[in-house]
Write a protein that binds this ligand. Structure first.
Ligand code: IPE
Ligand code: IPE
Ligand code: MG
Length: 247
């Protein structure tokens, strides 16, 4: 049996989360600790993402959402932002065929319209290529902020009210969700953050309302398929109560 098969055998398939979200943090620190430029950490992080997506495909996960660039990440030095955008574009170009072969459904969350026309075209091409796929729903949050997403949803609903398309009373959780970038996806069951910081950093604020949280000190470039499986198996043993009395 291959190492990969051994690993997949370890996954508790009976209680798999439907939707896993990951805050891929620690690229910069991983690089600095090694005397490398932060950009080297981001490049190494892309390799980790490839491996984790492969596990998600192999275990037939319903949805995987990764935080690639936040609405606050523009505060970083120009050179780092430029590098990240370049890496993002390279990643899409290099990976879209393989993702398509793996039947991945690709979606982007966030203010995509603020990216360059070139990147927007790449995003459009990649999502169009995969639009009829039926496998893992892979969502990349880029120029994404949870508060921004909620505000945009509120604005869309307010304008529907103002033109009389809906009334204020129609606004319930279901209608609100239909205006979020994640519309149609199940809520986040498991939220993973690498690199030791225990915060949400404006990720999926609405969707992670009842997510189980899993933090690890491992920096994203070193996060392995084995540790991903540990997180999944840890999830399988959580007692989720959703405000009730649980099982
Ligand atoms: C996560 O790693 C990647 C992005 C935010 C784009 P960081 O770049 O935040 O790395 P640290 O947290 O500074 O180590
Ligand atoms: C969150 O990480 C954003 C991404 C992983 C893309 P940050 O590194 O930006 O978060 P803070 O600043 O430590 O909260
Ligand atoms: Mg960080």
């Amino acid at each position: 049996m291959s190492v990969e098969d051994e690993l997949l055998k370890r996954v508790d398939k009976s209680k798999l989360p439907r939707h896993v979200a990951i805050i891929m943090d620690g690229n910069g620190r991983w690089a600095s600790y090694r005397g490398l430029l932060r950009s080297a950490g981001h490049s190494a992080g892309v390799k980790t993402l490839k491996k984790i997506l492969t596990v998600a495909v192999n275990i037939n996960l319903e949805a995987l959402t990764v935080y690639a660039f936040s609405t606050e990440n523009w505060k970083r030095p120009h050179s780092e932002v430029d590098f990240l955008l370049h890496l993002f574009s390279e990643y899409l170009e290099k990976e879209k065929r393989e993702m398509h072969e793996k039947n991945v459904q690709l979606r982007f969350l966030g203010r995509i319209e603020e990216f360059s026309a070139g990147i927007q075209n790449q995003i459009r091409d990649a999502t169009t290529l995969m639009k009829n796929n039926t496998g893992v729903k892979f969502n990349i949050a880029a120029n994404y902020g949870g508060q921004d997403e909620i505000l945009r949803a509120a604005q869309k609903l307010a304008s529907k009210v103002s033109i009389g398309k809906i009334s204020t009373r129609d606004i319930d959780a279901e209608l609100f969700e239909s205006e979020l970038d994640t519309h149609g996806l199940p809520p986040v069951d498991l939220l993973i953050r690498t690199s030791g910081d225990m915060r949400i950093s404006n990720f999926l604020l609405w969707q992670a309302a009842y997510a189980e949280l899993w933090f690890t000190n491992t920096q994203w470039p070193e996060f392995s398929p084995e540790e991903f499986v540990d997180a999944l198996n840890n999830f399988a043993n959580r007692d989720r109560r959703f405000g009730g009395l649980g099982s």
